[in-house]
Structure formats: C-alpha cells, structure tokens
Design a protein. Structure first.
Length: 167
C-alpha cells in the first residue's frame, strides 16, 4: 500500500477552513444582533495576523504586534459590525480607543474559554513566518489573566485543521 496520499483535485482543506471561519462569523453576528451583549459568561479571544490583507488597525498596534495579535471581546468593546468577510470592533488599548477591522481570513485562532471551545486555523497568508510578539493588552477587568493560555493548553475542546499541503 502506498503511504503517500494522491493529490486531491478538490481543495478540502480550504473548504474546511472557510467553513470553520464562518462559525466565527456566525457567532459574532449573533452578538451583533443582540446589541453587542455577550450571553452568560461567554467571552472571546481572537488571534489574527496583523499584516494580512484587509486588516486595519492603528499603526502603533501594528508596530507593537508585527505578526499576530490577540484581542479579547468581553466587557469593554463597542460598535461590533459583522459582514460576510470581516468584522470591525471598537476596543481600548491603554485607555486609548481604537477601531479594528479584521477579515475572517486573517484569523488564526478563536477561543471561548467560558465553554472550553476553540478553533485554530492555518494562516491564510502565504509565506508569512511568525515573529515573537507581546500579548495584547486591550483594556478589560481581567487584563493580564488568561493572556498566556492558548487553545488546548487547559484541556479545552480545540479543533485544529492542518492538512499539511504539498508544496
């Protein structure tokens, strides 16, 4: 039996990635529809590539997080707007308000620690290598808590999709 899988003419990995990113869009859309109110103890950690096409963040944040950034949607956020391809949200960083626009294709992780749910994605940006970066510190009552907790490190239910593309 041959151990190498044949090349697929159907881009399954891309289709699955797109479907899982749609889960993030649907969840954020429900929050938007409810007037920006998160139900119960739900809150979200969203990690994204800061230089991905379509990402719009203040210059100082892009300089501070040259590769990836994690934001927290919990208590202090406003003007959440969700489209088919992206979302925008207002957050404050060190008491300075900022508007962020994040395409779903730029998201690399989505975690809801309240229910141990997480999704990890392959970066949708070709040839980008991760660089060391600081954890995001957008203002929240739990600032500093959970900033070192990644998906899966606490036994959460994390779906990781990695089909290991042939180059």
């Amino acid at each position: 039996m041959d151990e190498s899988a044949p090349d697929s003419l159907i881009p399954y990995d891309e289709i699955v990635q797109e479907a899982l990113r749609a889960v993030v869009g649907r969840v954020l859309g429900q929050v938007e529809t409810s007037g920006g109110e998160l139900p119960g103890n739900h809150h979200f950690y969203i990690t994204f590539k800061t230089h991905a096409p379509g990402v719009a963040i203040p210059t100082q944040l892009r300089e501070r997080f040259p590769d990836e950034m994690t934001i927290v949607l919990q208590n202090k956020f406003w003007e959440l707007t969700v489209t088919d391809s992206a979302f925008s949200v207002g957050l404050s960083f060190n008491q300075v308000p900022a508007k962020l626009v994040i395409p779903f294709s730029a998201i690399t992780a989505f975690v809801d620690p309240a229910v141990d749910f997480g999704l990890q994605f392959q970066a949708a940006i070709p040839d980008m290598q991760p660089e060391p970066h600081e954890n995001a510190e957008n203002d929240s009552p739990e600032q500093g808590q959970g900033s070192n907790v990644g998906p899966g490190e606490d036994g959460s239910n994390v779906v990781t999709v990695d089909f290991g593309r042939k180059k």
